[in-house]
Design a protein around this ligand. Structure first.
Ligand code: SF4
Length: 188
């Protein structure tokens, strides 16, 4: 704070001001890599991976997906980086707890799990035992990655009881009323 003397107004140097305990201040700055959340990426946006991103390991260090590792060099499809083991476990947890997991209302009311459904297409590699894609266009999960213990009402083996709910009465003959017809009158 500076004073120009008794005849001059007091001036305040904002450069040295500090917020008090009640002051409204902006949240602490975060690097963009920690700020981006699921759903933030828009059309045309680019999201580069940090060199030390723990979700990625070099492709030659992906020993838990041996089938893919053996096949990819032959096909010329080797990838520079693949998901790390921790990242796969994390995504398995996320998918399991998500909309297509076994703890959902849809799964609890399903006639059977996806693992026994003909529309279930298991994923390859490490996740094959737990996840697959649903290939039933009539299912709400069509095209989604579903947990093997998920299930829906469009399960391929669903059986619906189509027998009538109201019992049909047996055919009743009223033999108390007899109409006697002589052989001659029956002609013509
Ligand atoms: S139709 Fe239903 S039970 Fe079958 S795979 Fe799809 S979600 Fe699972």
């Amino acid at each position: 704070m500076a004073s120009g003397g008794p005849d001059h107004p007091v001036t305040v140097s904002e450069v040295v001001l500090l917020p008090g305990p009640e002051a409204l201040v902006a949240p602490a700055w975060l690097p963009w890599t920690e700020r981006v959340r699921a759903g933030d990426l828009g059309v045309g946006d680019l999201l580069p991976i940090e060199p030390d991103d723990p979700r990625m390991v070099p492709g030659y260090l992906g020993p838990d997906d041996t089938a893919a590792e053996q096949l990819s060099p032959e096909l010329g499809l080797g990838r520079a980086r693949v998901l790390s083991r921790d990242a796969r476990l994390e995504l398995a947890r996320r998918w399991r707890d998500g909309e297509w997991g076994p703890d959902t209302e849809t799964a609890r009311n399903a006639p059977g799990p996806c693992a026994t459904c003909g529309f279930y297409l298991p994923l390859g590699g490490l996740l094959s035992a737990m996840f697959g894609a649903c290939g039933n266009e009539l299912s709400p999960a069509d095209g989604q990655v579903v947990h093997a213990e998920f299930g829906c009402g469009a399960h391929s083996e669903v059986e619906v009881d189509t027998s009538p709910t109201v019992p049909v009465a047996e055919l009743v003959y009223d033999d108390a009323q007899l109409e006697l017809v002589s052989p001659g009158s029956a002609k013509g």
